[in-house]
Unconditional design. Structure first.
Length: 152
């Protein structure tokens, strides 16, 4: 009788913990994940023009120094625009833009650095450029790179 009670208690505990774990699981639709990874451009996207939307870095080793590049941005609208933030899709990519306000026709550069340390494989990281007043980015620059291990 004790053995049967032990099995019952074990099954009841397993059922309880499975229900508890399932209650904490939140399913995120694929469309939501896609919109986070590749957000739509804001309505003012035509106002700011990057010289390239795809930055192809050379093949790197994981022990290499960070690879640095610059991308020129130009205000092609008839109004002044303000760049209020830059975000990247990975902490291995750093993007900095010295100018925050661009008059019509004025340009600036975005300095981008990719640190290959601890990364192996092919990557497509993104730099999102936001202008004031918009939730979605006004421009996206994709940083493509292949990192090999120095030990292999």
């Amino acid at each position: 009788m004790g053995r049967l009670a032990g099995i019952f208690i074990t099954l009841a505990a397993a059922a309880f913990f499975c229900i508890d774990a399932a209650a904490q699981l939140k399913i995120i639709p694929q469309e939501k994940l896609d919109s986070i990874a590749n957000p739509p451009l804001s309505p003012d996207a035509s106002r700011i023009l990057p010289e390239t939307t795809e930055l192809n870095l050379p093949d790197l080793n994981d022990t290499d120094e960070p690879c640095r590049r610059t991308v020129r941005l130009t205000n092609v609208s008839g109004k002044e625009i303000s760049i209020n933030r830059l975000t990247t899709s990975c902490s291995c990519v750093i993007a900095v833009c010295p100018a925050t306000s661009l008059k019509p026709g004025q340009g600036t550069t975005v300095r981008i650095a990719y640190n290959p340390a601890g990364h192996f494989g092919r990557f497509n990281h993104r730099v999102h450029i936001y202008t004031s007043g918009y939730r979605d980015p006004s421009a996206i620059i994709t940083v493509k790179v292949r990192v090999k291990s120095d030990g292999k």
